[in-house]
Write a protein that binds this ligand. Structure first.
Ligand code: NOJ
Ligand code: NOJ
Length: 575
């Protein structure tokens, strides 16, 4: 009895703590965002005339900027939203839209384009004309997140259909599309890619994270429908991807978005990666950068604070309150303003975190996430806090307000008709760049759902481990280690990859079978960062591996002495 009373008090209290401004905004904006999103999908969307069935236009804007095209990334994120809403029972009217999307993607996949044919790289093409023909102009291509995001959406759909016993459709219609995409991911993830902002040609955290998710989900589906021939190769590449994902962490306490680009690396890329690979079953797992992991929270604070001084609409706002955020602080595209979808991504990451902390009944403060939590309670210390503690209550209430403050910013700069463009002005909040951006509407719907505690289907992030030796979170290496970057200039032929192993645990004790894969993003320079014991003589060699063929570098062994602290870069040439 007492417990029941206490419980209902807590629930009511929690409801009171939530911003009524945000409640009101969500109740008016939610249907407008849904309508805005559906208006941009052919064949019957009211703002997408000319788009074929199931084709999502990025925006009806056809000049400055011209977005009257269909991007594989935007379309997949929009349909992930639609498929989640339908399969979770939030909107049961969307089934024919999903069927149309499947039909359109089956066609688009086969369209030869400047990136290649379906078997020679064409799946990396970022955008198409809305009549499903190839766009042949100059563009930042390939963009290798598209096939991964599309298969994530389609696998979510497939898993739902399996619960309806519709195995025939899954096997005959969805699986061939998914298999094309995932073979592409498995074969090409280690090649360079333009990032999701279509500007930097290197390796990209967002792309790597969604590729990793896609192969894990693909393996599960393959097993479920007995298509097991792909399982071992996709699993092996998923393990490589998870390993490579760790290398984006940097010791300054955030994720560097791209391996190239020459910027600070603080970028919404990394926040979007966490929300689009959210798996509540994995709790606050740092290996997969879950929203409530210490690495994701430390990164979030760094990302958000990077925008406080670059937009004048943010001036005077306290650090424990939300601000307008954009793609990255150095951005100048269309004036370099805040974006709705990036500001909403911050809120979504925090709502996802609150959902997990409340479900598990506790939260952890680590040395890495301490600066984040101190924003909400300056006296908090490292430790685990059960939901019965006042620290848990203080922190989660502060974080709920902080999350809501990002939505309040979006609400403040949403015009009364509810339309969401791509950007809003950094000086007065008025709408800028592409009008009615479909992705902006999708981002509003997913953030609103996250605030309501909606949990998307699990994709298998729980319980993953990685033995690859690259350190993540936990402070970029821990006591007594230094981050060592090995760069080796090595020319390879198709199928060959360069690995490293050596004389310490972190270099797999000379075992070539578990050697660490280097990234070829800056080919012919292959690269990896590994945390190695400080002040230690370490021997190593690079290994060239093609399938089961292993070629060691010639003797003698290479050797370095690691410094006592800091980082170390070793530049070598294959011999
Ligand atoms: C168009 C791309 O869509 C956008 O992301 C990019 O920032 C600009 N080109 C400028 O390169
Ligand atoms: C530019 C954005 O940078 C990119 O991510 C997006 O795919 C296109 N616009 C279309 O919305």
């Amino acid at each position: 009895m007492l417990l029941t009373v206490l419980y209902s008090f807590l629930v009511v209290h929690n409801a009171w703590a939530q911003s009524s401004t945000v409640d009101a905004y969500i109740s008016t904006e939610s249907p407008l965002a849904k309508a805005g999103l559906l208006a941009n999908i052919g064949p019957s969307g009211s703002k997408s005339s000319g788009a074929l069935s199931g084709i999502v236009i990025a925006s009806p804007s056809n000049v400055n900027p011209d977005y009257l095209y269909t991007w594989t990334r935007d379309s997949a994120l929009v349909f992930q939203t639609i498929i989640d809403q339908f399969t979770l029972g939030l909107d049961t009217t969307l089934r024919s839209e999903i069927d149309n999307y499947v039909g359109a993607q089956a066609i688009i996949q086969q369209v030869s384009n400047p990136s290649g044919t379906i078997t020679t790289g064409g799946l990396g093409e970022p955008k198409f004309n809305i009549d499903e023909t190839a766009f042949t102009g100059a563009w930042g291509r390939p963009q290798r997140d598209g096939p991964a995001l599309r298969s994530n959406a389609l696998i979510t759909w497939a898993n739902y259909l399996l619960t309806e016993d519709n195995t025939t459709y899954v096997t005959n219609t969805l699986w061939p599309i998914i298999q094309n995409d995932l073979n592409y991911v498995a074969e090409n993830w280690n090649q360079s890619t333009y990032d999701l902002w279509e500007e930097v040609d290197s390796s990209s955290f967002f792309t790597t994270a969604v590729q990793h998710r896609s192969l894990r989900q693909g393996v599960q589906l393959a097993n479920a429908i007995s298509q097991t021939s792909v399982v071992s190769s996709w699993t092996a590449q998923a393990e490589n991807l998870l390993c490579f994902l760790q290398s984006f962490w940097n010791t300054a306490g955030y994720i560097t978005a791209n391996t190239g680009g020459g910027r600070s690396g603080k970028d919404a890329n990394t926040v979007l990666a966490s929300i689009h690979t959210f798996d509540a079953a994995a709790g606050c797992d740092a290996l997969t950068f879950q929203p409530c992991s210490d690495v994701a929270l430390s990164n979030l604070l760094t990302y958000v604070d990077a925008f406080r001084s670059v937009y004048s609409i943010n001036s005077g706002i306290a650090e424990n309150s939300g601000v307008a955020t954009g793609r990255y602080p150095e951005d100048s595209y269309q004036g370099g303003n805040p974006w709705y979808l990036t500001t909403l991504a911050v809120a979504e990451l925090l709502y996802d975190s609150l959902t997990v902390w409340n479900a598990q009944g506790s939260l952890n403060v680590t040395s890495l996430s301490l600066p984040f939590f101190q924003v909400f309670d300056s006296s908090v210390t490292v430790g685990s806090y059960a939901s019965s503690t006042s620290t848990f209550t203080t922190l989660t209430a502060g974080i709920q307000d902080y999350a809501d403050a990002f939505v309040e910013i979006v609400a403040k700069y949403t015009p009364s008709d509810g339309e969401l463009s791509e950007q809003y002005s950094k000086t007065d909040g008025s709408q800028l760049s592409a009008v009615d951006l479909t992705w902006s509407y999708a981002s509003a719907l997913t953030a609103f759902d996250a605030r309501a505690g909606v949990i998307p289907a699990s994709w298998g992030a729980k319980g993953l481990t990685s033995t690859c030796g690259i350190s993540t979170g936990g402070g970029g290496g821990g006591a007594g280690t230094v981050a060592v970057t090995f760069n080796v200039d090595a020319t390879t032929v198709f199928g060959e990859n360069i690995y490293i192993c050596g004389s310490v645990d972190a270099l797999q004790n000379w075992d070539p079978n578990t050697a660490l894969l280097l990234s070829s993003a800056d080919y012919p320079i292959w690269s990896i960062t590994v945390n190695l014991p400080a002040s230690t003589d370490i021997q190593y060699k690079y290994v060239r591996i093609d399938g089961s063929s292993i070629t060691w570098e010639s003797d003698p062994n290479m050797e370095i002495t690691t410094p006592a602290s800091g980082t170390y870069i070793e530049n070598d040439t294959w011999r």
